[in-house]
Design a protein around this ligand. Structure first.
Ligand SMILES: Nc1nc2c(c(=O)[nH]1)N[C@H]1C(S)=C(S)[C@@H](COP(=O)(O)O)O[C@H]1N2
Ligand SMILES: [Mo]
Length: 327
């Protein structure tokens, strides 16, 4: 797979995005799903047939989004419909179709983000403080869930490093932590002990500062739908999907490795790093291949590349580490 390295991207390559092309892809994808729904007996997680129709049409366009050279060559984008109706967001229920059904009334404004820990500028920030100083970028990334399904998504966001630098992390800031909002009135499943709420995640500071790490506010040039983690979610494309924490309200800098929700829930199955690695299986299933959402059911499984295809960019972060131990 060909992915342009960030250091080869020149400013001149950043051009306004082509909305029209994406719209056509969306329409094609929606039609394919509608046709497939006549075969309910073939429902499997990750197949196009399991995708419910999105009750809301996309509509809230984000202004000033620029296209970037972050693309995934030779692989088709997943449709808006697939990306927004087959979700993991346990706060709204554990079925893939629960988030699209249960998150529609979730309030994403006003939205504050608390910055804490080892930095010079901790405090309560409004989401607009995070976003408005930055140019919104469209970045097409591969996305790989630990459950072995995958998709290709045109996220809209801002580099996480640009945001973190503004808080001036100090020399003790070895890790960055993130926390999802805790609001059981709005997130019904937080009333049940499914996970240790609120959902938390973390990255090593060099992972967080890596140019591929993105704070996401949109999708297909439009405002991020609630089921995808509005108004602010992480996207770390070389790691399994669960590292990409949704609806973030706290960002912290710490000297110690912070806890992460799935590691707390099942430490033998989910490590802190969670880098996509076809050579290290999950204890209960293989990670060597994946099922692409919306792929033809007869296409079979695709091989999963090391670091989800981003090895050229990120392998150096883990030089000398035993990736079986630090999984
Ligand atoms: N707060 C929170 N963030 C979360 C999750 C969650 O349940 N709660 N699920 C994770 C998992 S397992 C995946 S695969 C991705 C799914 O993102 P998507 O629904 O946008 O595809 O979100 C991740 N972030
Ligand atoms: Mo996942």
């Amino acid at each position: 797979m060909l992915i342009k390295r960030p250091d080869r991207i020149k400013p001149g390559e950043i051009t306004p995005r082509d909305v029209y092309l994406h719209r056509r892809r969306f329409l094609a994808g929606a039609g394919a799903i509608a046709g497939a729904s006549a075969l309910p007996g073939l429902l499997t997680p990750g197949s196009a047939l399991a995708l419910a129709a999105d009750p809301r049409s996309p509509g809230k366009k984000l202004p000033g989004v620029v296209e970037t050279a972050y693309k995934v060559d030779g692989e088709r984008l997943n449709s808006w419909n697939a990306i927004t109706s087959y979700n993991n967001f346990y706060e709204f229920g554990t079925d893939k179709v629960d988030p699209v059904r249960n998150a529609q009334d979730f309030k994403t404004r006003p939205w504050k983000v608390k910055v804490i820990g080892e930095c010079n500028k901790p405090g309560d920030y409004d989401i607009e403080d995070f976003i408005s100083p930055h140019t919104l970028q469209e970045r097409i990334y591969r996305f790989r869930c630990v459950e072995a399904w995958s998709m290709v998504v045109p996220w809209v966001g801002i580099p996480l490093a640009d945001v973190l630098k503004r808080f001036e992390p100090g020399s003790k800031a070895k890790y960055v932590s993130f926390r999802t909002v805790f609001d059981p009135k709005q997130m019904p499943a937080q009333n049940q002990p499914i996970l240790d709420w609120p959902y938390v995640e973390g990255l090593r500071i060099d992972e967080a500062m890596h140019p591929l790490s993105l704070l996401v506010v949109g999708l297909y040039g439009e405002v991020l739908p609630n089921q995808n983690g509005a108004p602010l979610r992480l996207m770390v494309p070389w790691k399994y999907g669960f590292k990409s924490i949704k609806s973030i309200v706290t960002i912290g800098f710490s000297e110690k490795e912070p806890p992460s929700t799935w590691n707390l829930a099942a430490p033998r199955e989910y490590g802190f790093y969670s880098n996509v690695n076809p050579e290290v299986d999950h204890p209960r299933w293989s990670q060597a291949s994946e099922r692409r959402l919306e792929a033809n059911v007869f296409d079979g499984r695709l091989p999963t590349p090391m670091f989800n295809g981003y090895a050229d960019e990120v392998a150096g972060l883990y030089a000398g580490m035993d990736l079986r131990k630090f999984f």
